[in-house]
Write a protein that binds this ligand. Sequence first.
Ligand code: C2E
Ligand code: CA
Ligand code: CA
Ligand code: CA
Length: 279
Amino acid sequence: LGAAATGGVAFFRPESNAQAVRELQLAAALRHAIERNELTVLYQPQVSLASGQIIGAEALLRWHSPDWGQVSPTEFIPVAERAGLIGAIDDWVLRQACAQSLAWQRQGLPLVRIGVNFSPLQFQQGDVAQQVQKALLDTGADPACLGVELTESTLMDDPVRAAAMLCELKSIGIEISLDDFGTGYSSLSCLRSLPIDVVKVDRSFVNDVTAGPESASVTRSIITMAHGLQMRVIAEGVETEAQLSLLLAKGCDQIQGYWFSPPVPADEVARMLAEHRCL
Ligand code: C2E
Ligand code: CA
Ligand code: CA
Ligand code: CA
């Protein structure tokens, strides 16, 4: 059965026996990854195009397994979702991010908002607002330093429930970003009833932005539409100066990508903040 035939639920069909075995072994290893200190969080700076300053950072998970080496999140996150481990992992990342923002604040560094990714499963099945509230209470972190990143498929699966959950997050003071925008099927106007603060234009669009007038005008319309809906726009995966200047010309608000910095350890972000490193 394809995803469409099962009402949007995609079942895992291993391509081969070897792949199925690897998945089982990865899941078993992942089960102990937190307690064995194999997970780390890197932070990728997000820069304002108006001020040139770092105003945020995305928390990105890394796993170094003694048996498997460095495993990409694009491989282990889906494994964690299927093994029922993603809830605990996302919660761990959330708490790391809270602790990190508090640490930066105590070092007297400029305030940055840390964006945390939430798996669709976690958002649809758990009470993310309550989870965030609890993490803030337990760590003493400031909600102004926290954001959540969700994809449109996560939100459109059950828009009524999503709207209620987002409103609750907003009332706590959490910023909401729409991740990977442009890769799904909904237009921004479908999402206008949701309290979204930031639209993250997917890397695939940013990659093409300098390829020709069509891509540039698609990007311009996303930016115009987002601004019309009182949302800010951040371009993901900005790798070249040409992309940067085009995005600047089109009125994009923020950028994130290798051009400014890849995801780096927290200490390195602290150094950048202390030096007031800017674009
Ligand atoms: P994402 O949320 O879209 O994260 C952005 C990805 O783009 C990251 O890949 C980042 O390293 C990469 N990236 C940033 N700038 C550039 C650039 O200039 N060029 C290129 N080519 N890539 C760039 P990463 O870290 O491998 O993460 C992949 C995906 O794994 C993330 O995509 C997200 O969906 C998921 N993920 C990562 N950490 C977590 C987490 O803590 N929880 C959950 N649920 N998912 C996570
Ligand atoms: Ca993200
Ligand atoms: Ca993204
Ligand atoms: Ca993604």
